[in-house]
Design a protein around this ligand. Structure first.
Ligand SMILES: Cc1cn([C@H]2C[C@H](O)[C@@H](COP(=O)(O)OP(=O)(O)OP(=O)(O)O)O2)c(=O)[nH]c1=O
Length: 213
């Protein structure tokens, strides 16, 4: 399989881009897609994360195909879902979502699932589903008030971002940390490498042009 340097990240999430950059990789471009993220009736959180990551990757692949730009490119998409048991914690868009989520997660262990999907040169789809268990301390009223005031919950699965203030809520974490932030790096890189993406070649090229993070 021919090696390629062209990775397209099908995401609008600044966290996903930052994680790739942390791993020394700069995507050739970002291609966010808008899909319906509502769970199906009775859908398990892990199935939801897997399904949505695939839908994002397929929708972006379709766009590249329509523009006749799929050739020589590998697509990467992800979706993160926070849950307690089968209960899916909504992505926090308004303050009330964030409040309800934080109160529910307080003093409990929850799971964070990220589905990762890569579509390569041949149009072949590769997927991984990664799970991390996170236990939060019992949150005080002041913890919750500070967090709501910070606005960091906005647009985040489960209504928190472990990479910010909420890092101090974590008593225990089992599994991949980058998975919680939104892109499990080990698994994501293994997927794109499996499709012929030349990780080391890209890092080398970025070092030579002085663009490395
Ligand atoms: C749990 C958690 C989630 N998040 C973020 C990552 C994702 O951006 C978001 C989960 O929503 P997603 O629907 O997975 O992603 P998105 O809509 O933000 O971006 P796109 O679909 O374009 O890729 O929550 C954190 O940043 N930190 C955390 O600790």
């Amino acid at each position: 399989m021919a090696a390629t340097h062209h990775l397209v990240l099908a995401s609008a999430s600044p966290r996903r881009l930052a994680l790739l950059q942390q791993a020394g990789i700069e995507p050739e471009r970002l291609l966010p897609v808008d899909i319906d993220e509502a769970p199906e009736r009775g859908e398990h959180p892990r199935s939801l994360a897997k399904r949505l990551s695939r839908q994002k990757a397929e929708a972006a692949f379709q766009v590249l195909r329509e523009r006749d730009e799929a050739e020589g490119r590998i697509l990467l998409a992800a979706d993160t879902v926070v849950s307690v048991g089968r209960r899916i914690m909504p992505k926090a868009e308004v303050e009330d979502d964030a409040l309800a989520n934080l109160r529910f997660l307080s003093g409990r262990t929850h799971r964070v699932y990220t589905g990762v999907c890569a579509i390569g040169l041949s149009g072949r789809v590769r997927q991984r589903l990664v799970e991390t268990r996170v236990r939060f301390k019992r949150l005080t009223r002041d913890d919750i008030r500070d967090y709501i005031d910070s606005g960091e919950w906005r647009g985040k699965a489960g209504g928190y971002g472990i990479q910010g203030l909420a890092g101090a809520f974590v008593v225990r974490l089992v599994g991949s940390y980058t998975n919680v932030v939104g892109l499990p790096l080990y698994e994501a890189l293994a997927l794109v490498e499996g499709e012929g993406f030349d990780i080391h070649g890209v890092r080398r090229a970025l070092r030579e042009t002085g663009e490395t993070a």
